[in-house]
Design a protein around this ligand. Structure first.
Ligand SMILES: [Mg+2]
Length: 276
């Protein structure tokens, strides 16, 4: 706790410097199907503060994310409070081209998210959407690059993470993220993708819209400086980095990064800090 002395601590009788909270999930609330120490208590403590969940992970639909949170032992959140990169991508595509045609490379949840407002069309897709999870192979890359080069489809990446921390077959491992999986398409076509997830603003904006709050009202809690923290800072959202995911306590943050407003080892520490 020594590190905290120079941080922006609120006086006991002062109002919190924010009125809503945006939460990343992987590395903040859970690893795989295991809750992170302190996460349950933290969620109970902030139950009456408006909050939403934003994740760059496009693999699960909001309903499946809510199921997962409930299964782990958290109170089940309303699905509209869960903003995934897959959902945000679908919303963005619908705005660009109502009734869009798409070719998706990624997990089943991505196909389902995109099918809400558009139709799969590997022959004449308007968009080639690359997300995380299984689904990429030689045939998918071939179809995708032909759509882009020959038919003028736009390349979309659900999220820029080059690697993600995951649990695979019971082990904590590093897996390729959306930013890595889109790379072969970029190399083969020379086209840069439109990227949807954090640190781009769309997920934050959708979450704030759902909560009916503005950037200066919010605190973003995340474990990744490159996406959670930088993305929030760009919008003027206050930030708390928890060192339960990508960065362990004491690990040095990238020099290029502006410091988060709060840098804590765990959610319990953040909870203490605000006397929740
Ligand atoms: Mg995370």
């Amino acid at each position: 706790m020594n590190e905290l002395t120079d941080q922006n601590l609120p006086e006991a009788d002062q109002q919190l410097p924010f009125s809503a909270i945006l939460l990343d999930m992987d590395g903040v609330l859970f690893h795989g199907m295991n809750p992170i120490d302190g996460a349950m208590g933290f969620m109970e403590a902030i139950a009456n503060i408006p909050h939403a969940f934003i994740t760059n992970n496009p693999i699960r639909l909001p309903q499946a994310v809510a199921d997962k949170l409930e299964h782990i032992g958290f109170k089940r959140p309303l699905e509209k409070l869960i903003v995934t990169a897959g959902e945000a991508t679908a919303a963005w595509l619908a705005q660009q081209k109502p009734g869009y045609r798409f070719f998706a490379v990624g997990a089943e949840g991505l196909h389902q998210s995109l099918s809400q407002y558009g139709n799969e069309d590997p022959e004449n897709a308007d968009f080639v959407v690359v997300g995380e999870g299984e689904g990429i192979d030689y045939a998918a890359i071939t179809t995708g690059i032909n759509l882009i080069i020959k038919k003028g489809a736009r390349l979309i990446s659900t999220n820029p993470d080059t690697s993600v921390d995951a649990v695979y077959q019971g082990k904590r491992v590093i897996m390729p993220g959306g930013g890595a999986l889109v790379a072969p398409f970029v190399a083969a076509t020379g086209q840069q993708p439109v990227t949807i997830g954090k640190p781009e603003p769309l997920l934050f904006e959708i979450a704030m819209q759902v909560l009916g709050v503005k950037a200066s009202d919010c605190l973003m809690v995340g474990d990744r400086p490159d996406t959670d923290i930088i993305g929030a800072q760009k919008l003027g959202i206050k930030t708390a980095l928890v060192r339960t995911g990508r960065f362990a306590p004491g690990a040095v943050l990238p020099l290029s990064m502006q410091k988060p407003d709060w840098d804590v080892n765990s959610l319990s520490e953040l909870q203490c800090l605000f006397s929740w």
